[in-house]
Design a protein around this ligand. Sequence first.
Ligand SMILES: [Fe+2]
Ligand SMILES: [Fe+2]
Length: 202
Amino acid sequence: MSQQRPAHRAERLLRSQTAAGWAPCAADDLNATLADHAHCEKKAAASAIALINDYPSDDALVSALGRLAEEELGHFREVHARLLQRGVALGRDAGDPYARALLARVRQPNDERKLDRLLVCALIEARSCERFRLLAEELSRRGEQDLAAWFSRLEASEAGHAGLFVHLARERFGAQADARLDALTRDEASIVASLPNLPRIH
Ligand SMILES: [Fe+2]
Ligand SMILES: [Fe+2]
């Protein structure tokens, strides 16, 4: 089985690659990585619902993010079931310094805030997509084919989500969306570079 997999288009949104040491570190303590992963999926669902809550009259956004929230909650349940199979309790959410640093870049005036929230979601999805690919490759090398195939499936789903958030941003903000995406991708790369390799998704 080939261990190098082609990257999804969503990864082209990113300006940097994850450090080579991250995937072995995440695979070495898979229970910790999966517990963090479960919280990531839960927060992805929650942030989609928060967007629905804040932009209720944006019909297309509400429809698309309603579907997305359902998928993310489905992912959460899959990760949780795998944790339970492994005899691991979920545990409390230790927080996510990566997402927090990115969300700190969200500007406050209403329009800018909406644009930035959509783009930050797009980047988090794109980075998750890259990391699921790296983890799938690492697990495949270690003979964990079932887990590797599962992460590859999640990778494809997060790639679709990244594309959806960019689409929603462009549809509402036109060229402004691309200019802002360019700035936020630089910020995202410097945030990723500042974080240590840990058994977590980000
Ligand atoms: Fe997900
Ligand atoms: Fe997602």
